[in-house]
Design a protein around this ligand. Structure first.
Ligand SMILES: COC[C@@H]1[C@H](c2ccc(C#Cc3ccccc3)cc2)[C@@H]2CN(C(=O)Nc3ccc(OC4CC4)cc3)C[C@@H](O)[C@@H](O)CN12
Length: 292
């Protein structure tokens, strides 16, 4: 039956078969949410249920100052080399740094303070001005903690889940960029026990109830711990993240009260997604399939 033969009246001389009301319709090809986005919203819900606020991470470009110097990461540290970090050509430098804070960062790098000996080198403003693609969301954490220090102190719990960029060799499980997940708690009198406790709470919400911790090193946390979880499926311990207590050399120059500590941890979004979805090549997570 068409519009034409209906309007012309031709339909009266035509023969039509019975309408089959139980015929199945065409399968609807709806879209699917991307696995990364599904795991990201699951993790966001976990943080929100734990009372954490999301940090604003909508700046991929960062200054070396917030990405490294504010975190007490020395200017000669290998991670600051262009072999590990993507530096920008245009705009190559930032002009906006808090001029009252920069001298305190310079001082703590050069001669320490707050019980630290510092690194005894000439800290250069030009190095701190260099723009880069942030290598970790801890750059955002440093900005947020500095802002927190500019107001009368109130405890805070922050989280971030966003893209970070590292100039590293790519392989089956590593790309030059990945999504970092980071949580931090800022309060008076926090200890390593509080860090271990919040890690058990967080990872238990991901089904990981058997954790163990190994001493580690980060330039901006002391003590630091690698986090391992026993994977019943693989029957082995899997490294599921890194954590630590931000150093006084990072927190004190910001102006946070002396009795305030910050515990923090991080993991990637790709690793849990690949394991949860049984994906063994990270390229299968992104775009067209490139068989190497
Ligand atoms: C360039 O590598 C960095 C990335 C990424 C990572 C590592 C450290 C941090 C951090 C931090 C930090 C530390 C102190 C203070 C603030 C932030 C963030 C991401 C993962 C961190 N890792 C990681 O995600 N592993 C992981 C996480 C969850 C998971 O869930 C499965 C369902 C069971 C499985 C695995 C550990 C390793 O994969 C590691 O080899 C790769 N790491």
């Amino acid at each position: 039956l068409t519009r034409d033969n209906f309007q012309s009246g031709e339909w009266k001389d035509l023969e039509f078969k019975e309408y089959n009301y139980s015929a199945k319709g065409q399968p609807l090809e709806g879209g699917n949410l991307h696995p990364l986005l599904k795991v990201r919203s699951q993790l966001k819900q976990i943080f929100l249920c734990m009372g954490f606020e999301e940090m604003p991470t909508n700046n991929f470009v960062e200054s070396s100052f917030w990405n490294f110097d504010a975190l007490f990461q020395p200017q000669q540290h290998p991670a600051r080399d262009s072999h590990d970090t993507f530096f920008l050509e245009t705009p190559s430098t930032t002009k906006e740094l808090p001029e009252d804070y920069v001298p305190r960062v310079k001082q703590v790098h050069e001669s320490g303070g707050y019980g630290s000996r510092g690194y005894a080198y000439d800290w250069k403003r030009e190095e701190a001005n260099k723009n880069l693609l942030r290598t970790h969301t801890t750059a955002v954490s440093s900005r947020m903690l500095y802002q927190l220090a500019q107001k009368p102190f109130a405890p805070k719990k922050y989280f971030s889940i966003d893209r970070v960029f590292r100039n590293e060799a790519v392989d089956r499980t590593h790309l030059a960029e990945f999504h970092q997940i980071e949580g931090l708690v800022c309060d008076r009198g926090l200890t390593l026990c509080d860090l271990i406790g919040v890690l058990h709470d967080f990872f238990s919400r991901l089904g990981m109830t058997k954790l163990k911790f190994k001493p580690a090193y980060n330039p901006y946390t002391e003590p630091s711990m690698e986090i391992f979880s026993y994977h019943e499926g693989f029957k082995k311990w899997v490294e599921v993240g890194n954590s630590g207590m931000f150093r006084p050399e990072m927190l004190q120059p910001m102006g946070l009260p002396e009795d305030v500590q910050v515990i923090a941890w991080g993991l990637s979004l790709e690793r849990p997604t690949m394991i949860l979805y049984g994906i063994d090549n990270i390229r299968d997570l992104f775009g067209h399939k490139v068989d190497l």
